[in-house]
Design a protein around this ligand. Structure first.
Ligand code: BGC
Length: 767
């Protein structure tokens, strides 16, 4: 016998012994650490030992609410975990994954009790397979009391600052893992091109590049840790694919997306996530071109796995296999629905409130309608996923991770992020920053609302339970009072949306002794379907409030706190300044107050087109022909695109001198990236920071009419006081190509127009 053979036999023997021990030794609590190929063998051996029920259990995910004292999921009230129900799930149904909170955010101690309790039950089972717990820590550790909440993605996108995005993601990962949870259903890669959609704030806006780069930065931050060493968390890209553009704007309804749009806007962001190493992906609850995505082999296997190369775990969204029967009506029964989804390529079902998935899938495998090999593929992925998260070696709460919760520096990061996310949309007569000695009248429903500052997934699902926020979290009026001083601020009503008195105030009277009105309008928090609206205009009572404020004749500064661009065209021409706060999070109020006072200089840029009217919802990177409208016969104008504020718009107090110098290549070739040289000069006394976009237009293309002004690069830089920097921003080689509806890329020589700092230059690319 050769020595290597002998060694491998010994190793095999040892591992078999180990497995037998894992399965039978009462005293072994955790599985030992293994290297890569040992892991493969270990998982192979596990699969051999697992019954069909064991395997189906691994593919099943249940909601903690279902395992709790009360099943009312959405009342935001605290619930008790029912440990008998947890036992039934893990012992009888071999359930491999649990998600969510039952009610609202828990203290760290409570989370630890829950996670350790669940894992103890898992470890008592013959195979000792740990449970993977998943949560929506969307902009910070949503469901952990005392966590730091950052701006939602839409605000993060306004920063154009990947470093801030990564810093926030690091805190989110640390606080989530400190809670004992290692799987985050985040980030959203859906593109925000449907302004009505209630999940718009969870997107990075309208550009595929912004969505892909920012989402990719989050995935990289979550995943690039050594999970087995107690760091990082698993990302979950969501919601594949087309969720963000429902035709009607209503949540979870059908999207109709041409193949061309799929390749131009919807596939690229997810590809960034795949390339960044996302270990899991969640499916869109809706349908695309009439096909529910959960039932689409074309999307989940042919496109996602075979073409885009995704190798991780695919999890359904909430109840969405059942809904193939009950809502989409493509399956005649729940059982058919399970078969469809598994055939399409799904690995795990977020059932989440019953056992029908497990029962049906066991039955389908026993009857031979689904092969055991097919479910083995999914179970292998799930076990590998758990292995990578370090769950097999230690599934319980890790002391090292716990120490990373609630560090004082997190607040600074949240403040920096919130400040960087604010977008100054108007500043007539440079009314901002305020001098500091004005008497301020602060009014409107967002002036006293913590919910509006945070939006969805903030200590509760909807984020609209004011009492769930920490006492120390400031409202806008409280922060303004801290910054400007109590004697300068008058606020007749420090309340949120629940109080309708806002609209009954005698503003004229209240404004008499004030110099400036700070009018705080916008949207209360909402998540998912409860956030559906049927009018993009701000609600009528808010418009009236604005008109009343304007009628006083005092200068009015509008602070808009919202998650999507609610139309303000009915009154905004008469407003002196507009500061947009896109769900800025825990430090949002302070960021707003500091910006009004000039202690922070706004640098955010719109990550979406802020529309002026509902009949003109054209995205920023439309084709030339989108904006042509026909007037009297034979006359055409380009008035079809007249946004209130365009994508990329955002003002500062001290504008820098920005110069688009030239291209670094004298002769430029197709297939090469192009460096663009620029100079930024800061004549001010303080350091300045600048966010900026670079847009590219292909002048002519052969197969597809080219899109205009496509965002192909962005950056955020700092310039020291009274100095300048010469730097470059790179246009990647692939930005000079265009994709067709088959997903084929075309690269053609010719001229392109590059726009930087509002200046255009032409560049010729040769073959
Ligand atoms: C949402 C997902 C979320 C899941 C679990 C669903 O309703 O669509 O984004 O991850 O619930 O909470």
């Amino acid at each position: 016998m050769q020595l290597s053979n002998f060694n491998s036999q010994i190793r095999f023997f040892l591992k078999s012994a180990l497995l037998i021990c894992l399965i039978s030794c009462e005293t072994t609590e955790f599985h030992p650490k293994l290297n890569g190929s040992e892991e493969d063998e270990f998982i192979g051996m596990m699969l051999e030992k697992m019954s069909i029920e064991d395997k189906v259990g691994q593919m099943t995910q249940l909601n903690l609410g279902f395992l709790s004292s009360s099943m009312n999921q959405h009342d935001g009230k605290p619930k008790q975990v029912d440990w008998d129900k947890v036992k039934t799930a893990v012992e009888t149904y071999r359930v491999g994954s649990i998600l969510n909170t039952a009610g609202r955010a828990y203290s760290l101690a409570r989370w630890h009790e829950i996670i350790n309790g669940i894992q103890e039950i898992a470890l008592e089972q013959p195979l000792k397979i740990p449970v993977v717990y998943g949560i929506d820590a969307i902009h910070g550790a949503t469901y952990s009391k005392g966590s730091t909440l950052f701006p939602h993605n839409i605000g993060m996108a306004a920063t154009r600052n990947l470093e801030i995005v990564q810093a926030a993601a690091e805190v989110c990962a640390a606080e989530t893992r400190a809670s004992g949870i290692r799987w985050n259903f985040d980030p959203v890669f859906d593109v925000g091109r449907q302004p009505l959609w209630p999940r718009f704030p969870e997107t990075f806006g309208e550009s595929a590049l912004l969505c892909g780069k920012m989402g990719g930065a989050i995935v990289g931050t979550y995943e690039n840790f050594n999970h087995a060493k107690g760091q990082g968390i698993a990302a979950c890209m969501k919601h594949f694919i087309g969720y963000g553009v429902p035709a009607s704007g209503k949540d979870r309804t059908e999207a109709y997306i041409s193949n061309l749009e799929l390749w131009e806007h919807h596939i690229p962001p997810f590809q960034f996530g795949v390339n960044a190493g996302a270990s899991t992906l969640m499916v869109n609850s809706g349908s695309v071109n009439g096909v529910p995505v959960h039932a689409s082999r074309n999307f989940l296997t042919t496109l996602l796995r075979e073409r885009m190369g995704f190798e991780g775990v695919i999890v359904s969204d909430w109840q969405d296999i059942i809904r193939l029967h009950s809502r989409h009506q493509v399956a005649r029964s729940h059982r058919d629905a399970v078969k469809m989804a598994i055939d399409a390529g799904l690995d795990m079902s977020m059932v989440p409130n019953e056992y029908s998935f497990s029962e049906n899938l066991v039955d389908l495998v026993r009857s031979g309608e689904i092969t055991e090999e097919r479910i083995d593929e999914s179970v292998r992925r799930i076990l590998e996923f758990k292995m990578r998260l370090g769950l097999f070696s230690n599934p319980k709460v890790e002391e090292t991770a716990v120490k990373k919760f609630g560090l004082s520096e997190y607040e600074d990061i949240a403040l920096q992020a919130a400040e960087a996310s604010l977008v100054l949309l108007e500043n007539r007569n440079e009314i901002l920053p305020l001098r500091g000695d004005e008497k301020l009248l602060v009014i409107g429903p967002t002036c006293g609302s913590k919910s509006a500052l945070h939006g969805a997934w903030s200590y509760t699902w909807q984020g609209n339970v004011e009492s769930a926020y920490p006492n120390e979290t400031l409202t806008i009026v409280e922060a303004i009072t801290q910054v400007f001083g109590a004697d300068q601020v008058k606020c007749p009503l420090n309340a949120g949306f629940d109080d309708s008195l806002h609209y009954k105030l005698d503003i004229e009277n209240a404004a008499e002794s004030s110099d400036v009105i700070i009018l705080c309008l916008g949207e209360n928090a909402y998540a998912e379907s409860p956030g559906v609206i049927d009018d993009l205009n701000l609600p009528k009572n808010q418009v009236k409030l604005a008109l009343d404020a304007i009628a006083t004749g005092k200068p009015v500064i509008l602070v808009l706190v919202e998650g999507r661009g609610r139309l303000v065209s009915q009154f905004v021409e008469d407003i002196d300044a507009v500061l947009l706060a896109l769900r800025p999070g825990s430090q949002g109020a302070m960021a707003i107050a500091r910006t009004l006072a000039g202690l922070s200089n706004p640098s955010g840029l719109l990550p979406f087109t802020y529309h002026r009217s509902t009949g003109d919802l054209i995205p920023y990177d439309h084709r030339f022909s989108s904006k042509i409208t026909q007037g009297p016969p034979g006359t055409f104008t380009e008035l079809g695109f007249r946004p209130q504020w365009p994508f990329g718009h955002g003002m500062s107090y001290d504008e820098l001198d920005c110069e688009f110098v030239d291209f670094s290549c004298e002769q430029c070739f197709l297939g090469d990236s192009v460096d663009v040289n620029y100079r930024l000069t800061n004549k001010n006394q303080d350091e300045a920071s600048k966010s900026f976009d670079l847009y590219l237009s292909d002048d002519y293309a052969t197969h597809i009419s080219p899109r205009k002004r496509v965002l192909v690069a962005f950056d955020h830089v700092r310039v020291p006081p009274r100095s300048f920097i010469d730097s470059t921003i790179t246009i990647p080689a692939n930005a000079f190509g265009y994709v067709d509806g088959e997903g084929t890329w075309h690269f053609e020589p010719g001229s392109f127009t590059v726009e930087l700092f509002g200046e255009e230059k032409s560049i010729l690319l040769e073959e």
